[in-house]
Design a protein around this ligand. Structure first.
Ligand code: NAD
Ligand code: WQD
Length: 334
């Protein structure tokens, strides 16, 4: 059985489907601070089996010990955490507590239970843009905010742990920009309040929930002046997790890989693709650059292809079509 922390969230819920499809039994642990319990019902509708669900916090060692005592967990995928960069600047203690202390509590409980296979949600945010915009796993790392620093700290803790106790099998997966939704349209990203990320904002403008999108800057040194990112379909990302788990089971060790598509799209390209997929206009205004943004970056995904035999299969049109199907479903949720 795989313990999926944060399994009712955006990426975790898609990972649950990919894991179920690969034949794994699942136990989700989530405190629902950024997701809804009925995601579990929808997971059951899609895959025909109901994952076990425990409402609880990864910082709560009593809950963790009970989970490990009661169930034969063989590996942990750790998605639980807070993820808003701006909020992390305003509330650093909450971010370090959830994302760093939470991970330490989880690792300690795993060690008590003698479970030593761990897949961690890292991020392209750990890369520094000092040496160009194609990020390889060996590229220099840096952090400019507490969210990113938390990811760096956990990455380093995991490396130290593996050095001290080589029996651990650990994957540090660096996601680029996850977007889209499952093709069923039943699960997806449903941010609370004003979305920070581009795609959910675009989808909310298309559906009529918001009037227009602010495009943060059109004077970057990119082909059309707007920011360029490596958008990855969340189902491709989820499949990357299954491939990483298979790799750890086969090879062991400490795995660090980029999960990205290996090419970039600009903000204006994303808007156009979404208009095409939805048949709706996406009104926008050009605004000042957003503090902390950089012009462009994308992954070198070749290591994941070589080690895991994994690469992305779903392109921009599918990302937008699936996000649009989900957005329409989402409007009907209370
Ligand atoms: P999400 O907010 O949709 O999912 C996170 C889930 O964890 C939510 O269901 C939330 O309720 C739960 N959670 C948060 N703190 C918890 C705690 N202390 N105990 C138990 N549950 C808790 O976010 P997501 O986009 O699915 O991100 C998942 C992971 O991937 C995060 O670690 C995030 O930092 C990382 N990541 C996300 C992105 C992205 O752009 N979405 C990119 C790179 C890395
Ligand atoms: C994408 C592009 C914006 C919103 C963030 C985190 C990163 C990772 C993924 C977790 C940029 C532009 C956006 C809007 C816009 N998360 N934009 N108007 O900034 O690449 O990465 O999410 O690990 O850590 O920093 O993603 O979706 O916010 O922005 O013009 O309303 O869209 O300027 O060029 P980003 P994003």
């Amino acid at each position: 059985m795989i313990l999926v922390t944060g399994g009712t969230g955006f990426i975790g819920s898609h990972a649950c489907l990919a894991l179920a499809q690969a034949g794994h039994e699942l136990l989700i642990l989530d405190n629902l601070c950024n997701s809804r319990a009925d995601v579990v019902d929808r997971l059951q509708r899609i895959c025909g089996r109901r994952p076990l669900f425990v409402e609880g916090d990864v910082r709560d060692s009593a809950v963790l010990d009970e989970v490990f005592d009661r169930h034969r967990v063989t590996a942990v995928m750790h998605f639980a955490g807070l993820k808003a960069v701006g909020e992390s600047v305003a509330r650093p203690l909450e971010y370090y507590d959830n994302n760093v202390h939470g991970t330490l509590q989880l690792l300690a409980a795993m060690r008590r239970a003698e479970v030593r296979t761990f897949v961690f949600s890292s991020s392209a945010t750990v890369y520094s843009d000092r040496e160009g915009h194609v990020y390889r796993e060996s590229s220099p790392r840096d952090a400019t905010n507490p969210y990113g620093r938390g990811k760096l700290i956990v990455e380093d803790i995991l490396a130290d742990l593996h050095l001290a106790e080589p029996a651990w099998r650990i994957a540090r997966l660096r996601y680029f920009n996850p977007v889209g939704a499952h093709e069923s349209g039943l699960i997806g990203e449903d941010p609370r309040g004003v979305p920070n990320n581009l795609m959910p904002f675009v989808a909310q403008v298309a559906v009529g929930r918001r009037e227009f999108l602010n495009v943060w800057g059109n004077d970057y040194p990119t082909p059309d002046g707007t920011g360029v990112r490596d958008y990855i379909h969340v189902v491709d990302l989820a499949e990357g997790h299954v491939a990483a788990l298979d790799y750890l089971t086969r090879e062991g060790g400490l795995l660090t890989v980029n999960l990205g598509a290996g090419r970039g799209h600009s903000v204006l390209e994303m808007i156009q693709a979404f208009e095409k997929a939805s048949g709706r206009p996406v009104r926008y205004r050009i605004a000042e650059r957003r503090a902390g943004d950089i012009a462009q970056f994308w992954a070198d995904p070749s290591l994941a292809k070589m080690l895991l035999g994994w690469e992305t299969k779903r392109g921009l049109d599918q990302m937008c079509a699936d996000a649009w199907r989900w957005q329409q479903y989402c409007e009907g949720l209370s």
